[in-house]
Design a binder for this molecule. Sequence first.
Ligand SMILES: Cc1cc2nc3c(=O)[nH]c(=O)nc-3n(C[C@H](O)[C@H](O)[C@H](O)COP(=O)(O)O)c2cc1C
Length: 447
Amino acid sequence: MTETIRLLIAAGASGAWLALVGTTVWAHRVRRAVPLAEGAVLVAHASQTGTAAAYAKATAEALRDSGRQVALTSFAHLTPEMLARTGEALFIVATTGEGDAPDDAAGFLRKFRAGSPRLDGLRYALLALGDSHYRNFCGFGRAFDRLLRDSGATHAADPVEVDQADPGALRHWQQNLRLFGAAVALPDWEAPRYGEWRLAERELLNPGSPGGQMYRVRIEPATAPSEWAAGDIAEVYPGPADRALEGQAALPHRDYSIATIPADGAIELVVRLFVDPSGNRGLGSGWLCEGAVLGERIALRVRSNPRFHTPAAGVPLILVGNGTGISSLRSHLKARPAGTRNWLIFGERDPLRDRPFAGELDDWLRSGHLARLQRVFSRAGTALCHVQHVVAAETGSLAEWVDSGAAVMVCGSVAMGEAVDEALRAALGAERIDALQDQGRYCRDVY
Ligand SMILES: Cc1cc2nc3c(=O)[nH]c(=O)nc-3n(C[C@H](O)[C@H](O)[C@H](O)COP(=O)(O)O)c2cc1C
């Protein structure tokens, strides 16, 4: 491997999963693309939570190891002009929302549709990531493929669609890399390894809540301390760790935003216990909230989520979220050094019982680490009961913060994310929000 990153793929009965382990933490969330050198192949990723970005890095490494020059970039730094000048490209794209493009592709798509560039000189392959539980399976991958072909670009191979990291589809993609000069005998993308961790604490955060039980789950590394960054995602194996630690995972992992920073010495997750009408527990939440006993071994690995890393200290930060979204918002607040300007808008249900991390948040408000803290509750019977209402009521302050360079990060439910997006566009203007998104100053982690 030529880079410090290690890309690992785990083959399991129902899927292969790829993780970035031991990643270097990006100094800046927004990195500029390498200018495309003569003869270089472009590898571009559109990724909401880091998976497509990780596969793109693995793809770029495989090509570089075979002696090809590669320009690796996020869609955030891709322009239609760049594509029009490119002869060969590999696209690795996820789908989010309801068949939508990841946020980092929004600016590119706007420019592409406005400019309708001709791409007659472009030969490409496309890896579309998705999950067939969603109605619009690989919706963005398919739409983007149509867009490219309508613009005159030609397939080097048919698009490969990956359902939850299906290992067969990934091997197919590896085969396609040979069409771009990758070595005939590519080494298999290594089986990923879960790390060994231990369940250290479990605390019910909302006793008596009208909503589902929400737990703080503390998981300590069993061996060496681990590295991660605020905004990263913990992939947890949802069952006894033994077989998963031996590389024999029989179940797909579950994703959780990390609520702590490495200085805390452990990963904490905020997990809502899912219970269906018949009383069955969700696989992941049932395991973390009830199944695993204290002290039990947990198979866990960290996936880097560079789009959602903490902005630089000089950038004021507006955090908006609801429910278990408090998890990554808390990790960002922990990661922000003293003297930074931070504003938290957080929504839950019951004003008495749904106050996760109230002590910490109040302390941050008292110390000035939080310049502003607004908690709203949907069951409070007040006019301002959802976070989007606060956004709408605070237009002046929001504009002032954004004018002074602030970034906006949103974490929590999909419905909340959409309502906040609408409120932000109404408050600050759609163009302003698009520009923030293009600059990496407006990012969402919704699920
Ligand atoms: C909120 C959300 C919405 C999603 N919507 C879709 C969808 O409409 N169609 C689909 O095929 N996959 C959907 N997925 C699955 C992702 O495309 C899949 O997990 C992918 O590997 C994520 O890649 P990323 O980490 O690069 O964003 C969705 C995932 C999330 C979290």
